[in-house]
Write a protein that binds this ligand. Structure first.
Ligand SMILES: [Zn+2]
Length: 189
């Protein structure tokens, strides 16, 4: 979009880079001004999040205007932890949907204006935390998956892993979360 390699309706969305707003040339002059977001839904939407991603990329990568070499350099500079790719493709996809808040949980559907309310059948907001840690209907599945993990559990750890733990330990967490999601049959596939 920045280098006019995308259709105009996308290229036109790109805000002015810092160096066209401020005359001084600083470290961040290749950066775009971040977009003011009043809601977390908008904060996580495409343009604001892609601008944050762009601003985090090293300058030598930003200056790479050839599409393929940009793609190569970005894939070596932003490594996704390998435990994000453990187990089955289905398990990874369902887990990623929870992480990206675009699953079929009521709260995620509600945020995308697809249903009228964010509530679970039990009356509480049905978000990832409620689904993975609290909804009583899945207690028996939790006992044989997530609750077997020898760690203090938090929703962040279950969705993103924990940088303080080893790859092996994070893989163990991811496997058991994915097992829980699949056994729950909460998603229609
Ligand atoms: Zn519930």
């Amino acid at each position: 979009m920045k280098n006019d390699l995308s259709p105009p309706y996308l290229c036109n969305l790109v805000p002015l880079p810092h160096h066209e707003i401020h005359s001084h040339n600083t470290q961040g002059s290749q950066n775009f001004q971040s977009i003011l977001c009043r809601t977390s839904f908008y904060f996580n939407s495409f343009l604001p999040s892609v601008i944050r991603n762009w601003n985090d990329v090293p300058n030598d990568v930003k200056n790479n205007i050839l599409y393929l070499s940009f793609k190569n350099s970005i894939s070596t500079s932003c490594k996704v932890p390998f435990y994000y790719n453990c187990r089955s493709r289905l398990g990874q996809i369902l887990h990623a949907r929870l992480r990206l808040e675009c699953s079929s949980l009521q709260c995620h559907l509600f945020n995308r204006n697809l249903v009228n309310n964010p509530y679970c059948r039990c009356g509480l907001v049905e978000n990832a935390k409620h689904f993975l840690l609290f909804w009583k209907i899945y207690s028996h599945i939790r006992l044989r998956t997530i609750y077997l993990l020898p760690y203090v559990l938090s929703i962040n750890k279950l969705l993103y892993g924990d940088p303080m733990l080893s790859q092996q330990q994070n893989t163990e967490i991811f496997l058991s979360v994915q097992e829980f999601i699949i056994q729950s049959k909460r998603y229609k596939t």
